[in-house]
Design a protein around this ligand. Structure first.
Ligand code: COA
Length: 179
């Protein structure tokens, strides 16, 4: 690990989302909408309000309480700069969850996502007792693919027309990591 990456790691923290994060989430999403839009579902303008984000956080925390997801804030030097979520947790013989994340453009390229994914993977395989995490990236999303590969995810293959992103059913490269 480089010194720069070690410093990024030290400053990057992942913790469970809290109701008080709604305003910060709304601000980060608003400031980064042009950057994030190619990677996200199409959103109504109301999505970017603190009120909508408060409802979303409440929903995600209820899903968390039911054991179906782990929604987390990504903090850098104490400031919320992104979100990382394990969703669609399935137990039984699967013990698997789906990983998704974003990091504000202003702090991209400093190892924040790599460190956030590392912390969440660690929790998934210890505290949560999961066996597998899956993530999907657009074919062109080299940055996210680098994040996953650096965290030991292996490429499964291409799933055609996998997710409705930016208004189009788009192909994704699927990755997985097992415990
Ligand atoms: C993808 C994303 C999370 C990466 O966050 P980040 O904090 O910048 O990630 P990191 O700094 O840990 O690592 C990014 C790596 O990708 C590399 N990278 C960035 N842009 C790249 C590009 N266009 N082509 C190839 N590699 C690229 C960086 O150089 C870095 O690798 P390095 O450390 O070996 O140099 C962030 O850009 C983002 O939120 N994008 C929009 C939403 C998104 O794509 N979410 C993931 C959906 S699967």
């Amino acid at each position: 690990m480089s010194a720069a990456r070690a410093r990024a790691g030290a400053a990057t923290e992942v913790r469970l989302l809290a109701p008080g994060d709604a305003a910060d989430l709304a601000r980060v999403l608003t400031e980064n909408w042009e950057f994030l839009a190619p990677y996200e579902p199409a959103r109504e303008p109301s999505y970017f309000t603190a009120e909508h984000q408060a409802g979303l956080v409440a929903h995600l925390l209820a899903e968390h309480a039911a054991g179906r997801c782990v929604p987390c804030a990504i903090l850098r030097d104490g400031e919320l700069v992104g979100r990382i979520t394990i969703s669609d947790v399935v137990r039984g013989a699967f013990q698997s969850g789906n990983l998704g994340y974003f990091v504000a453009e202003a702090v991209n390229g400093r190892g924040v996502a790599t460190e956030a994914v590392a912390q969440v993977v660690e929790r998934a395989f210890t505290d949560l007792g999961l066996h597998r995490l899956q993530a999907g990236t657009l074919l062109s999303n080299s940055a996210s693919q680098a994040v996953l590969q650096r965290n030991g995810f292996e490429r499964i293959g291409v799933a055609r027309r996998y997710l409705l992103i930016a208004g189009r059913w788009q192909d994704h490269v699927l990755y997985q990591r097992t415990s």
